[in-house]
Design a protein around this ligand. Structure first.
Ligand code: SF4
Ligand code: SF4
Length: 174
């Protein structure tokens, strides 16, 4: 978990990063007037470490390393409330997606293990996890045919693999 008492080093400001976000994504940290509507509604913020208003402010200030190495950005529940209710059209969720992509590209160590495992599975079998047994509350096991479900067709993983490796996941999946 990020240390909330950690003092941010303001000698590390990278305004090129903030401007890059503004010009290359649909998010704009510069128009945020810190009303904290996003933070007060945030689904993840109620139960987790995510402080979306703080993340937006950090991006506006150019605190690139601090946000990319943050565990917070991985706890977003993608509920879209921040995006829907922001009075300034900052598009905080789009910013979270951008930061996650950049963190993967940079191979930061804070990417949750569960995500890395999911990607490894996608590359291997085309699914985020191997198909699970279907078990009733009485612990009876069923297969797909018994339940009238069609055969599970496994996707062709070659294209998926190529695209995932292009995104920068090569640094993450060792
Ligand atoms: S709701 Fe919008 S304007 Fe208000 S703090 Fe969040 S991002 Fe900034
Ligand atoms: S989309 Fe993410 S950051 Fe935005 S309110 Fe939902 S959980 Fe919070």
């Amino acid at each position: 978990m990020d240390d909330p008492k950690q003092i941010v080093d303001f000698s590390q400001l990278d305004l090129e990063f903030s401007n890059y976000v503004k010009h290359n994504t649909s998010a704009n940290p510069f128009v945020c007037f810190t009303c904290r509507t996003c933070a007060s509604l945030c689904t993840s913020g109620k139960v987790n470490v995510l402080n979306i208003a703080k993340i937006i402010r950090k991006v506006a200030l150019g605190l690139k390393d601090s946000v990319l190495n943050s565990k917070e950005i991985w706890t977003c529940a993608t509920c879209m409330k921040c995006q829907e209710f922001c009075p300034q059209g900052v598009n905080p969720l789009d910013m979270i997606y951008f930061l996650q992509n950049k963190a993967v590209e940079a191979g930061t160590p804070t990417i949750p293990t569960a995500y890395v495992e999911m990607v490894k599975n996608i590359i291997k079998i085309g699914l985020i996890q191997p198909p699970q047994e279907i078990i009733s509350l009485d612990f009876d096991e069923f297969d797909r045919e018994e339940l009238g479900l069609p055969d599970l067709s496994m996707p062709d993983t070659d294209k998926l693999k190529l695209n995932l490796l292009k995104t920068g996941f090569r640094h993450v999946i060792k």
